[in-house]
Design a protein around this ligand. Structure first.
Ligand code: SF4
Length: 484
């Protein structure tokens, strides 16, 4: 029995740091060799939850939400997007087990204690107030519950802190009042968030009084590295989000273990039966040219760099592919992996088919799986009206756009010269095709060994966001930024 783990995160179309911890935990679990496959999927990044099962070869799949609490996302969005019917779902010949989100696991206590000790090393716990911070508001009721539970666990565990408190950004007790609610000389603040997103590196530092105004991205921000901050007669230690803690990989595995025990499944060992259907010949995918080398390894580079081999910077790990794919030549964040803006100037040499498949899935998530299913006629494209019609929350208005608006939107937002290299397999609805798409936007009639086209199986989150904006404008609403 081959087994896959899929870690599902929120992701972001604006913040490159948002998905970093999810990928880091996947890298660590992959390194341990427990599963035949380890992949990530995201709500706001690629691969999407609808694409991920096209990537997976294994017959048994565990899905762990990398979310801090149960709620709207874990109970509604993830099951809907992953097409789950309950704790166990049979889908496309696979048995899929849906595990609990990481944030509610009892093991989070261990991470909080470790993080507090790291950020305030050698500071006596009995002279320290530990504050665990969440978002708050009625929209995040379950997240408050998860934090309150952790506060109770640490208090009951008698771990020696002078005080353990919960605090929130948008409801009482407010984190902005940290100096009024705490009594110890030292105060350690740990954000109970999955990633260093806007809340932990911009909003909370302002509420704590560490910054006068929101600052730059976490990856360039020193607020976590300049501890302690002397404020209000206290030494304040501020940590990065708890989800960035490396032991989160163990919590993810603990959730799989709990799920396995609940369903009476045997312990796992990799079957070694997963093979990547790659022919050993040169081929192009998107903007990448891939060549087999004589010793069984592979080399890849930007298609436009073929004549510049000597001038290219060499990389050797599939994980380097993720870093290369993040930014374009001018340093801009590439929110769509299939945008025609892949960075130049690199050459990646990879020792095995496994490494090549992993690197390709960082550059073009799910591309090989989608192409294989298209060739086998087992791809199920989802028409635009169906995609827009199933949206909930802030995106529920997206299906209010007219057919004409939708046609124009696709021509513009999916333009292969400027926006996206994927070829569209879906229609406006089951009766109406998409009008005016150029041939390079449609799947090729013939299959070629030399070229793997990038396939779009349904409208992406970017297009859904644009549809929402158009619908709001047409209804006379105020346009706002598209996606977090
Ligand atoms: S919907 Fe358009 S922009 Fe989005 S992935 Fe598909 S082709 Fe690309």
């Amino acid at each position: 029995m081959s087994t896959a783990l899929i870690i599902v995160g929120h992701g972001s179309t604006l913040n490159p740091d948002s998905s970093t911890p999810t990928h880091a935990h996947a890298d660590e679990i992959r390194r341990r060799g427990i599963f035949d496959e380890v992949w990530c999927a995201f709500w706001k990044e690629e691969p999407s939850m609808r694409e991920i099962l096209y990537m997976v070869e294994s017959s048994t799949v565990f899905i762990v939400p990398n979310f801090i609490s149960e709620g709207y996302f874990t109970r509604e969005v993830l099951p809907r997007e992953l097409q789950l019917e309950g704790p166990v779902t049979q889908i496309r010949g696979k048995t899929v087990y849906y595990c609990d989100p990481v944030g509610i696991h009892r093991g989070m206590t261990r991470l909080l204690l470790k993080r507090a000790d790291q950020v305030a090393a050698n500071v006596p716990r009995d002279q320290t107030t530990l504050i665990i911070v969440g978002h708050g508001t009625s929209l995040n009721e379950q997240s408050r519950k998860a934090i309150e539970s952790q506060v109770e666990f640490i208090r009951e565990g008698r771990h020696g802190f002078a005080e353990v408190l919960d605090a929130y950004m948008e409801e009482a007790p407010f984190v902005a009042k940290w100096h009024e609610m705490s009594n110890a000389r030292n105060v350690v603040v740990v954000p109970f968030f999955i990633a260093d997103g806007l809340h932990s590196y911009q909003d909370i530092p302002v509420l704590l009084g560490l910054e006068a105004a929101p600052t730059v991205a976490a990856s360039q921000n020193d607020v976590f590295r300049h501890n302690p901050h002397e404020l209000h007669g206290r030494s304040l230690y501020y940590s990065s989000a708890i989800g960035t803690e490396e032991l989160m990989a163990d919590v993810i595995l603990d959730q799989v273990e709990d799920c396995r025990n609940r369903h009476g499944l045997p312990s796992m060992t990799p079957s070694g039966s997963i093979e990547h259907p790659l022919s050993r010949s040169e081929f192009t995918i998107g903007q990448i040219r891939i060549s087999p080398l004589h010793d069984g390894s592979w080399a890849m580079h930007h298609v436009e760099d073929t004549q510049k081999t000597a001038a290219l910077t060499l990389f050797y790990s599939p994980i380097d592919a993720r870093a290369i794919s993040l930014y374009d030549d001018s340093g801009g964040f590439r929110k769509l992996k299939t945008a025609p803006s892949l960075r130049h100037g690199w050459r990646l040499e990879l020792g095995s088919d496994d490494d090549l498949a992993l690197a390709l899935n960082f550059f073009y998530p799910a591309a090989l799986g989608l192409w294989r299913h298209w060739q086998n006629r087992s791809l199920n494209p989802v028409h635009l009206r169906e995609t827009l019609g199933r949206q909930t929350g802030m995106y529920r208005f997206s299906n209010a756009i007219s057919d004409e608006q939708a046609q124009r939107m696709i021509v513009c937002e999916c333009d292969p010269e400027t926006h996206c290299l994927r070829r569209i397999t879906w229609r406006l609805n089951s009766e109406q095709p998409l009008a005016e798409l150029p041939p390079e936007k449609l799947p090729p009639d013939k299959f070629s060994e030399d070229s793997v086209p990038l396939i779009c199986v349904e409208a992406c989150t970017h297009v859904v966001s644009v549809a929402r904006e158009l619908a709001r404008k047409a209804a006379g609403g105020t346009a706002s930024t598209s996606a977090p």
